[in-house]
Design a protein around this ligand. Structure first.
Ligand SMILES: Nc1ncnc2c1ncn2[C@@H]1O[C@H](COP(=O)(O)OP(=O)(O)O)[C@@H](O)[C@H]1O
Ligand SMILES: [Mg+2]
Length: 580
């Protein structure tokens, strides 16, 4: 297949530009035929000695007019190229964007972020040549030899036939390399995204790499990957270069063959001198468009490989749009909840949990036991669980993501604060909040003092909120969450990795919130959960035990062991202090 039907169908707007482009090129060809005919005629008269000044003037005028036409056609053609590739890029990018919106919260389960970025930016750009140059050339390169054939067949049929017959040899070569090229390009793209992935990851983790002095190791790894990429790039380039050479040989060989036939016909008297000159002048034009198509073809192949990637993204299965919304009852019940990320390793092995309306529930357990996985299921980030998760009397998987996220606010251990201002970040929680309301929540999280010393609500936040401390970031995230005023709040290690003072302030606010809202508090630090109405203790994807702090201590199970161990650790520091 030299043409990707689906691609064209998807951006049918560009068809008219492509047609106009072909028409402009064809007019240009017609003008060129006129120029060559005039020159051939003139040379003939000069040879015969019949040329006079009026003929010269007429020729000059004819050529000048044709040149102007060619100039206009070239401008029109490049304008059409621009318009069609612009339409295509815009259409595809918005298709991708809408697709991502539909994929929603769980897109990461299906595709890497870096792949999306590459496909949307680079991938779509690659299609520029496909629509702007390759497709118009595809039609023009068939139209041009036929037009020339029709014209030259009146001059000398034999030579015209020879020239026409040689033209298809070029697409035959193209087709021959295509199968091979396709495999090579798929590999090339694979390597390209892999390199991009590694690069992005290493760049983001630069600080960590420096701390562990692992940058040297990663450096070597990355060099290896770039070396692989270099090799495959060179392979692609040499493949392209070689096939271009072959096409050149065919093009100029074919033209030469046509010329030889024309000259022989002239010597036998079957064609006039003018006619023979015209054939010589136009013979290369039979092949040039096809030859041009060949060189666009490789770039177009890149585009087609990219379009495969784009369609892979566009074809990712989507959950059907859920329309069911939550009504009043927002108590959550998980029954026999099972989940696996990869379909092999079971992360949740049949969990039963209740989060009643207005209750304060804690989930504790060792790192990796599946606490965040439960939270992510509730936040619609992990789909494909088995068992039941009921919110009210409705199954979570049948609910629209929007209606769930409207009821549940999640605060993780590293909240995403956007680049911009404090106000912009806060308004995400409640777009129509008044300034006093913003200050009120800032006061609750004890950021008001700090911010009034800065530029207040207009305080600028850098990328990744790097100009804020970890504690400040979490306070701001909490303020934003408070503004959202949802019925359910999930705190997933929201106070880990921050200073003790911030931790205490945030915990105070969580306790206050728990009086009016449903709060799910995930923590590995048991001292924070003692006030919860109910505590679930998880162990390797199961609920090992549950109850209030006192009940669990009295039970003498996993919780009490963990509690004692943590108490010893926390008191250890104090004892040392007392001794001094
Ligand atoms: N996106 C993911 N893909 C594959 N495995 C994951 C993913 N997220 C977590 N896991 C695995 O699931 C297990 C439970 O993780 P998690 O729920 O985050 O534990 P925690 O209790 O510490 O919050 C871990 O073994 C982790 O390796
Ligand atoms: Mg976790």
């Amino acid at each position: 297949m030299m043409i990707n039907k689906r691609l064209i169908e998807n951006v049918s707007d560009s068809k008219k530009y492509i047609a106009a482009n072909v028409a402009a090129q064809w007019c240009s060809l017609a003008a060129n035929i006129v120029i060559m005919a005039v020159i051939a005629k003139l040379l003939g008269s000069l040879y015969k000695g019949t040329a006079d000044s009026s003929e010269l003037a007429a020729c000059a005028l004819g050529i000048a007019a044709a040149v102007v036409i060619r100039f206009i056609c070239a401008a029109a053609s490049s304008r059409m190229s621009y318009l069609s590739s612009k339409t295509v890029k815009k259409t595809l990018r918005s298709m991708i964007y809408r697709k991502l919106l539909r994929l929603g919260n769980s897109y990461k389960e299906k595709i890497h972020t870096s792949e999306i970025v590459q496909v949307t930016v680079e991938g779509v750009d690659q299609l520029e040549t496909y629509f702007g140059a390759y497709l118009p050339q595809f039609f023009y390169s068939m139209l041009a030899p036929l037009t020339l054939f029709v014209v030259l067949s009146f001059v000398n049929f034999k030579a015209a036939v020879v020239l026409l017959i040689c033209v298809p040899l070029i697409p035959v070569t193209i087709a021959a390399v295509q199968t091979w090229a396709k495999k090579l390009l798929a590999k090339y793209w694979g390597q390209y995204t892999a390199l991009g992935d590694t690069f992005l990851e290493n760049l983001q983790g630069m600080t960590t790499l420096k701390i562990y002095q692992a940058d040297e190791f990663k450096h070597i790894k990355m060099n290896e990957e770039s070396e692989k990429f270099r090799k495959i790039t060179m392979k692609v380039l040499s493949m392209q270069l070689n096939s271009i050479t072959v096409m050149d040989i065919i093009a100029y060989g074919g033209a030469a063959l046509g010329i030889i036939v024309a000259v022989m016909q002239y010597r036998s008297g079957y064609v006039s001198l003018e006619g023979c000159i015209l054939i010589i002048l136009l013979s290369a034009d039979f092949f040039i468009p096809m030859r041009q198509l060949g060189s666009f073809f490789h770039i177009a192949m890149n585009g087609m490989a990219a379009s495969d990637k784009i369609f892979r993204l566009l074809d990712l299965p989507e959950e059907e749009v859920k329309t069911e919304t939550l009504d009043g009852d927002i108590s959550i019940k998980c029954r026999d909840l099972k989940f696996s990320y990869d379909g092999k390793r079971q992360i949740l092995c049949g969990i039963n949990m209740n989060f009643n309306t207005g209750s304060f529930t804690a989930v504790v357990g060792e790192s990796g036991c599946g606490k965040s996985t439960v939270a992510d299921i509730l936040m619609c980030r992990n789909k494909g669980y088995s068992g039941t998760v009921l919110i009210g009397d409705k199954e979570l998987s049948g609910l629209s993501e929007e209606s769930v996220l409207d009821k549940i606010t999640y605060i993780g251990h590293q909240s995403y604060i956007f680049k911009g201002t404090v106000m912009e970040n806060l308004l995400m929680g409640k777009p129509d909040a008044a300034q006093e309301e913003l200050w009120e929540v800032l006061k609750r999280v004890k950021l008001d003092d700090f911010l009034s010393k800065m530029q207040g609500l207009d305080t600028v936040i850098c990328e990744k909120a790097s100009n804020f401390s970890g504690g400040q970031r979490q306070r701001l995230a909490l303020a934003r969450a408070l503004l959202h005023n949802s019925d359910i709040y999930i705190f997933d290690e929201a106070t880990s990795n921050i200073d003790v003072e911030s931790e205490n302030d945030i915990m105070e606010e969580i306790y206050r919130l728990a009086k009016t809202k449903t709060v799910i508090l995930i923590s590995h630090r048991l001292a924070n959960v003692t006030r919860a109405d109910n505590i679930y203790v998880m162990e390797q994807g199961r609920v090992a035990e549950s109850g209030s702090h006192e009940e669990l201590l009295a039970g003498g199970g996993v919780y009490s062991v963990l509690w004692n161990a943590q108490q010893r650790l926390e008191n250890y520091g104090k004892e040392v202090c007392y001794e001094q």
